[in-house]
Design a protein. Structure first.
Length: 280
């Protein structure tokens, strides 16, 4: 139902037809191809002119500008970078935000604003995000401006809305968390859900109830999630126990909090957590 709701929103705003008919190069904000206009304008005889441009226009230090200008060595004009910077500024990005975007992918300065940038910003606005929300979402999830919209972003949005049950909750995570587009639906989320359902007997409703408060559990590598289940069994929680999702959540929290694999946490600590859950 939730996924269908998102599809209807996208169709109503003519976004899916837009992205279905665009060629792949037009779907990639950070496409490796270079727009012909990027080399237009006044030709500079100085091969290092982009270093000075990045310093003066973006506020980078000379050393930073030298580093980020390397992918832009083919440029002989600032026409395309200026168009990109003007557009990004018009969308509410401040100097620090612009520097972050460029530092993550300098080739963004070669993109076509009308074909690559504007549709993506409009896509996010049509989902219900305000201008400032769009800025926050992009700074937290810069993959939005790099990956294919139709093949990656839309499936992720559909999956998350289906799991979380609320578009409002999806958008809340999107603008505040940096993991939103960090994993593939096909390579992680689907395999993990199938494993929990088919091999552990956990219905999607129970999985969703845990993911509403601990969504990153489903983003673990499939082999890592399987290892959590094995560890839970070692702690006395059978695979088909109704307590399994609770102990998986706890083991996941411990591993994330400690910034280390769960199996590096002491067995005594894990046993205490399991006992606490068992007597709840």
């Amino acid at each position: 139902m939730a996924a269908a709701t998102l599809r209807s929103v996208l169709r109503r705003n003519s976004l899916l037809p837009l992205f279905e008919t665009c060629r792949l190069r037009d779907l990639l904000f950070f496409s490796s191809s270079v727009d012909p206009a990027a080399v237009g304008g006044n030709i500079s005889p100085d091969p290092n002119f982009m270093v000075e441009y990045l310093v003066n226009s973006c506020g980078f230090s000379p050393s930073e500008a030298a580093k980020f200008s390397k992918p832009l060595a083919h440029l002989r004009s600032t026409e395309k970078p200026e168009a990109v910077l003007n557009f990004i500024r018009s969308q509410g990005f401040d100097g620090a935000g612009i520097r972050k975007v460029i530092s993550l992918r300098p080739k963004c300065l070669c993109c076509n604003v009308e074909k690559n940038l504007a549709p993506r910003f409009q896509f996010l606005r049509d989902l219900g995000l305000s201008e400032s929300d769009v800025v926050d979402a992009i700074l937290k999830n810069h993959a939005i401006l790099r990956v294919d919209v139709h093949r990656f972003i839309v499936p992720n949005l559909e999956m998350w809305e289906s799991l979380l049950g609320s578009r409002e909750l999806v958008l809340k995570h999107l603008k505040k968390k940096g993991w939103f587009f960090s994993s593939s639906v096909e390579k992680r989320m689907h395999p993990n859900l199938k494993f929990l359902r088919d091999e552990c007997g956990i219905p999607e409703e129970r999985v969703s109830s845990v993911l509403r408060t601990h969504p990153t559990l489903i983003l673990r590598k499939p082999e890592s999630l399987r290892a959590l289940v094995v560890r839970a069994e070692e702690l006395g929680i059978p695979r088909h126990s109704q307590m399994l999702m609770s102990i998986l959540k706890t083991l996941h929290m411990v591993s994330v909090k400690g910034n280390e694999p769960f199996y590096l946490v002491s067995e005594e600590d894990e046993k205490g957590l399991a006992d606490g859950l068992t007597h709840m």
